[in-house]
Design a protein around this ligand. Structure first.
Ligand SMILES: [Zn+2]
Length: 148
């Protein structure tokens, strides 16, 4: 299967602001791959999406697939509707996942398959995919009963 074209990415994420810096990330989502920019020169992972390495100022960055392992760094519940015409049915969770690839590399997502009361800081989580309105989105769920 060939990669989606730019036009296909724009059409698929018509309500997302796609730009030169994040299009590779969204192209990856269409294929069920979570891609984060990584510096070719020094190996630093870069998020939010930027074309320049903050460590060594190299412009040579490559969207690179992450392992999907991480820990719940922080989370909150948003109670306020963004659209007055569509009140929230329940509080919306927002979470920052610290990815295993690098300390401080925190991807904004949410934790699913986990009751709100069971959310805990630093809990191990793993990437999963959820479908919403016909689109795949990355999310995280508690890592299976690993040892300990
Ligand atoms: Zn670098």
């Amino acid at each position: 299967m060939s990669e989606p074209s730019d036009d296909e990415v724009f059409a698929h994420f018509h309500d997302v602001r796609i730009d030169h810096d994040n299009i590779a990330h969204y192209r990856g989502l269409m294929a069920g791959r979570l891609l984060i920019n990584r510096c070719d020169a020094c190996g630093t992972w870069i998020y939010p999406h930027r074309p320049l390495c903050p460590q060594c100022l190299s412009w040579n960055v490559t969207p690179t697939q992450v392992s999907g392992k991480g820990r719940l760094y922080m989370y909150t519940f948003i109670m306020q509707s963004r659209d007055p015409g569509k009140p929230l049915r329940e509080p919306m969770q927002a979470a920052a996942i610290e990815l295993a690839e690098q300390p401080g590399l925190r991807y904004l997502s949410r934790v699913v398959n986990c009751p709100a009361a069971a959310l805990a800081h630093d809990m191990p989580v793993a990437l999963t995919w959820i479908e919403e309105n016909g689109r795949l989105w990355p999310a995280f769920q508690p890592e299976g009963d690993a040892h300990g």
